[in-house]
Design a protein around this ligand. Sequence first.
Ligand SMILES: Cc1cc2nc3c(=O)[nH]c(=O)nc-3n(C[C@H](O)[C@H](O)[C@H](O)COP(=O)(O)O)c2cc1C
Length: 328
Amino acid sequence: MDSTTAATARLTPEDLALIAQAAHRAPSLHNTQPWRFRARLDGLEIHEDTDRALPVVDPFGRDRLISCGTAAYNAAIAIGHLGWTPQLALCPDPGNPRLLATVTCGPRRRPDAEGEQLYEAIPHRRTHRRVFLPTAVDDDRLEELRGAVAAHGAWLHVVDARRRDRLADLLWRAAREQAESREFRREIGRWLRETGEGVDGVPVASLGKAPYPVDGLVTHDLPLRRDAEDWIAEELTHSTVLVLFTLGDDPLDWLRAGMALEHLLLRATLDGLVASFADQPLQQTRLRPELAAFLDEPGHPQAIIRIGRPMVTVPPTPRRPLDQVFMN
Ligand SMILES: Cc1cc2nc3c(=O)[nH]c(=O)nc-3n(C[C@H](O)[C@H](O)[C@H](O)COP(=O)(O)O)c2cc1C
């Protein structure tokens, strides 16, 4: 049979569960899982769940939409795994802005090797807030990651040694501002889970142990050390720091940034790399444009990611049961 023969998909409940499961394993801001799914005969709708918003950390919902973009990407990869060409429509209904994406089955096709690898990587991808081995990520791997984000119209800025100190300064200022804001810390506190029994949020055991949050979350008072910036700059040398950029900065760009981000993270996982987020400067309205300016980039920074080789593996974070995520 021609592998691209058109056929109308009627997905089984098992197929739909597989697609939803893949989408649900996506990373999200503080593991808020800010999505709801509606099943269709031929795929999945992904709706934004504003009840799971973080209005202080993410006042414009930018990270929420990036998170939903990561889920949409995984759903598309899962549809490819089932032997269909994934078809994606972002913000398809102007009358229903909460419907962020429909991910449906196009013509039949044989799963391709690259797609299968990305699908296999989904359960193995984790945010790594632990120590990185001090080995640089080689140029070939970086090229692959650049290719992954370019497929979604985004690009990467690899922060060089010259600009690392400037980034350390920005990270320190952002972390200080967050630590000094009671509203900020209260909101973060609501998504921290002391025990491993939750179904969402960030387990405390998943956080790093570093005195300054070059990654991870600002959850407490920061020690006021004069050498803080040096410490952060030194820590940054243990990983490769990437900033994901998009040309525009509206909800569609945020969704596409999420797809680019998840593509990058799955590609990195396949290469034995791990990633963490150092997003604090992007969560401060004033500091975000400063970052774009000193990196001399024309677009808008959407994520600051550290990638490298892990010293240890970290456990998976929990997710809500799927039946809580489906809409009627
Ligand atoms: C848009 C976005 C922003 C994030 N921002 C941060 C962050 O500022 N600090 C952090 O430690 N993790 C951040 N994360 C990682 C999430 O906390 C993580 O994805 C979530 O806890 C689920 O864990 P997992 O990635 O291991 O599956 C972010 C993830 C996304 C998708």
